[in-house]
Design a protein. Structure first.
Length: 230
């Protein structure tokens, strides 16, 4: 039966009240990427970076999944073939909406990582500059987030899914950040059909067989209903 691989971005969580990155007034408008989402930025001003992620962790902790997250969980549960969700998002609204086995290629806000020994543990609500690692006690705890210039997580597994996809969908992503923005090419090269669901054309819209425009809470449930209606 058909294998479906879905890539999601900040747009799927927009209607849950979590900011996107590049929309007007988005997260990056308030901060320079180099200052808050790079290892260099963290080394330069760890207090600023920890504060940036503390604020997002607090917002994500109380955010609720929306109809789009819930529709993808329904698809996973009802579809006869495999449905794999890969997300660039660091919130866990897919899981709160009932999805299973979500691959967080850019990490998660609820995770902490030691830059010295690689130990991972559940992040406290607030992390400070010089936060000690519970394992090696070095003052190098950081959010378990993939920053620019760092290798995203689960890439081997993700490429394995892409080469076996029969249908690839990108939902709520601007197609500006690699390697995620290149997934549509990998899927197409492997013979997959491709569809983009977005509020407006992404940077990679021309690479998709089909595009559906509108808010995710409308386009995703409609798309899922059509798929399940056969
Ligand atoms: C790597 C974690 C190599 C942080 C993030 C030049 C050319 C090409 C590539 C590069 C280049 N220079 C550098 C690079 C590589 C770089 C990159 O791609 N840069 C870009 C800016 C050019 N990539 C990297 O550095 C990656 N790593 O390449 O490693 C390597 C190789 C070997 C060994 C070591 C290393 C790492 C990238 C990961 C960075 N971390 N996030 C955090 O979250 O704080 S990326 C960040 O942007 C977010 O994670 C987010 O997921 C991601 C993409 O943004 P989107 O999700 O697409 O969100 P955006 O706001 O952009 O768009 C929202 C979309 O939703 C819009 O389309 C909008 O229309 C739509 N929307 C809005 N509302 C709705 C909606 N849709 C539907 N309904 C709605 N209601």
């Amino acid at each position: 039966m058909e294998k479906i691989v879905i890539l999601t971005g900040a747009g799927i969580s927009a209607e849950s009240g979590l900011g996107t990155f590049r929309d007007a007034g988005g997260l990056w408008a308030q901060h320079r990427i180099e200052d808050v989402a790079t290892p260099e930025g963290f080394a330069r001003d760890p207090a600023l970076v920890q504060a940036f992620y503390n604020a997002r962790r607090a917002k994500a902790a109380t955010a609720r999944p929306n109809a789009a997250h819930e529709a993808l969980a329904r698809l996973q549960a009802a579809w006869p073939g495999e449905v794999v969700i890969v997300t660039q998002n660091v919130d866990e609204l897919h899981e709160k909406g009932g999805a299973q086995g979500v691959l967080h290629m850019h990490g998660i806000l609820s995770g902490a990582l030691c830059a010295t020994c690689g130990h991972r543990w559940p992040a406290p609500a607030e992390m400070a500059a010089g936060e000690p690692c519970p394992a090696c006690h070095a003052p190098t705890a950081r959010p378990d987030i993939v920053w620019f210039g760092e290798m995203p997580y689960d890439m081997d597994e993700i490429f394995e899914h892409l080469v076996n996809a029969d249908l690839f969908a990108a939902i709520g992503t601007s197609g500006q950040v690699y390697p995620a923005a290149g997934f549509v090419q990998e899927a197409t090269a492997a013979g997959s059909r491709t569809v983009e669901l977005n509020l407006e054309p992404s940077a990679t819209v021309s690479q998709f067989d089909e595009t559906r425009f509108g808010p995710a809470t409308q386009t995703v449930p409609e798309w899922v209903a059509e798929l399940l209606a056969g």
